[in-house]
Design a protein around this ligand. Structure first.
Ligand SMILES: Nc1ncnc2c1ncn2[C@@H]1O[C@H](COP(=O)(O)OP(=O)(O)OP(=O)(O)O)[C@@H](O)[C@H]1O
Length: 498
């Protein structure tokens, strides 16, 4: 049996704690601190002053690392990285903020063996990393990303205002290192590069695919995975999203599902980065979208036609101003408000088990659409046909957020198996429409009492535009214009989230 290190004897566990030991706080110089690690927190007690102990919640801990001392007479260092919620001036609520704590092993002269000191620091780091693993508290399926793991990080350097690489260098790389997650960076060079990469990748090498970009790059990744021969296995690869685009709707949704106050920009990146490093995997709904050409796409976010789709695509020209492009695009489109003619039908969520469900078996065997009839045939009898045929917008949401600051479907969850269908009928005034979008910033648009806004929960839908060719988007990406139908496939993919 190995002799226990002298340092280890000195830092042995106290009663009721996993570990207990004496360290020097490297930030305050000579001050000696006693650290106590329990299953839920790291307690810091400053010995030479009478201040109360500080309890740091391990749920906020991203990781811990040990380093050799800077010189021979110094003990090894223990670094612990916390990202607790704290209030910040001007922020609307508490935000996760980085807080690095460094401690030096307090070794006596007879224990100045560098290796022993490092071993003890490593033992602490391992114990903290084991204790910080998240609790599994809810009953739905979830598991964790296997450790050690390899993560493919895909960055679109052109997304948003072109700041994604700066976000990687300034934040993401550091967080992944702190959490000890090995990763490989892939910088996309063109449209469909990410799609091609994941279509041909050896997925046994990757335990997660992480997208630092807008929703468009994740749309490519999802569809690239679904185009593989082994799509059933491939689509089970955990997907992570970090906001680097201008819309960042899925990233905002993932943050919203934690029930924390809304955050934007780099605070949203920190929140999503934290969730990514915690590595809890939940299910993600995929929505199959069938187009009139026979093409089938897989979506995780939204299907839009009319006002929202027009704003999304028309505002691309203002990409340099980031998320503000949507506000500018909204104002411009309001000025020339259009009416869109079309037919809309949907299967209400509560009717799914009805006897009239379609039993359509398309040639495409990937996630068969058992609720849909062929596009050229009428919809099944248990569907609802919307009487109105003049719309200002039709918007099917599959997640809570339409963009970082538009909470379109506040009750949506990543795997709720629902299409949150909104439509606004013709006749709404410009002022009322603007008010709806303003209310959507706080998710209160359904409380506006607007008679032109309709919201339904559905499992499937069909939309047949009758207007002259225009814009239709899936996950913010423009798709072929024409009749389209969609069905939700509950929890068909996996998402790293809360
Ligand atoms: N290097 C590149 N140059 C040009 N386009 C690229 C490159 N890499 C990826 N793309 C394409 O850019 C498009 C937009 O990407 P993405 O959605 O990630 O950013 P965004 O549009 O700024 O964000 P959001 O969707 O949140 O508004 C995608 O269709 C993607 O295929």
């Amino acid at each position: 049996m190995d002799e226990p290190d002298a340092a280890r004897q000195r830092n042995g566990p106290a009663a009721g704690a996993r570990m207990h030991g004496l360290f020097t706080d490297t930030d305050t110089g000579r001050l000696t601190v006693a650290l106590t690690l329990s299953d839920s927190c790291l307690t810091i007690q400053r010995i030479s002053c009478a201040s109360p102990p500080e309890h740091l919640d391990l749920r906020d801990c991203l990781g811990s690392r040990a380093h050799r001392g800077e010189s021979e007479d110094q003990g090894a260092q223990l670094c612990v990285y916390f990202y607790a919620y704290r209030r910040r001036w001007m922020a609307s609520g508490p935000v996760r903020q980085r807080d690095e704590r460094r401690f030096r092993l307090a070794l006596g002269t007879e224990e100045s063996d560098e290796d022993a000191s490092l071993r003890e620091a490593e033992r602490w780091a391992r114990a903290i990393n084991t204790a910080r693993r998240p609790e599994h508290t809810h009953g739905v399926f979830f598991s964790e990303v296997r450790r050690p793991c390899g993560v493919m990080v895909l960055v679109n350097p052109q997304s948003g205002r072109g700041q994604a690489m700066a976000l990687y260098n300034g934040h993401v790389q550091r967080m992944l290192t702190e959490a000890d997650i090995p990763h490989t960076l892939f910088i996309t060079e063109r449209q469909n590069h990410a799609r091609d990469l994941v279509r041909s990748a050896d997925l046994t090498q990757w335990d997660a695919l992480v997208i630092l970009s807008g929703d468009g790059l994740l749309f490519e990744v999802v569809n690239g995975l679904m185009e593989r021969q082994d799509w059933e296995k491939a689509i089970q690869t955990p997907l992570g999203i970090l906001p680097g685009g201008s819309g960042n709707a899925l990233a905002a949704s993932v943050h919203h599902y934690t029930r924390a106050s809304p955050v934007w920009g780099e605070d949203l990146l920190t929140s999503c980065g934290f969730l990514l490093c915690k590595g809890v995997v939940s299910k993600l709904d995929l929505i199959s979208i069938s187009l009139s050409s026979g093409a089938r796409l897989f979506s995780f976010l939204s299907l839009a036609w009319g006002f929202v789709a027009d704003v999304d695509i028309e505002s691309e020209q203002f990409r340099q101003i980031g998320a503000l492009r949507f506000i500018l695009g909204t104002l411009l489109r309001l000025a020339s408000l259009r009416i869109y003619q079309g037919k809309l039908a949907f299967l209400p969520a509560e009717n799914e088990c009805g006897s009239d469900s379609a039993s359509f078996s398309p040639a495409d065997s990937r996630l068969p659409d058992h609720l849909l009839a062929p596009l050229e045939q009428p919809v099944p009898r248990n569907w609802t046909l919307v009487e109105e045929q003049e719309f200002v917008l039709v918007l099917a949401m599959f997640q809570s957020h339409l963009s970082e600051d538009l909470l379109a479907a506040p009750d949506a969850r990543a795997d709720d198996g629902l299409i949150h269908l909104f439509y606004v009928t013709a006749g709404i005034s410009r002022v009322a429409l603007l008010q709806l979008f303003r209310a959507m910033q706080s998710g209160t648009h359904l409380d506006c009492g607007c008679a032109h806004l309709v919201y339904r929960r559905a499992r499937a839908l069909r939309l047949e535009p009758l207007s002259a060719p225009g814009v239709m988007t899936v996950d913010g990406e423009r798709v072929e214009y024409g009749p389209v139908q969609a069905q939700v496939h509950r929890g068909a993919a996996r998402l790293i989230s809360a």
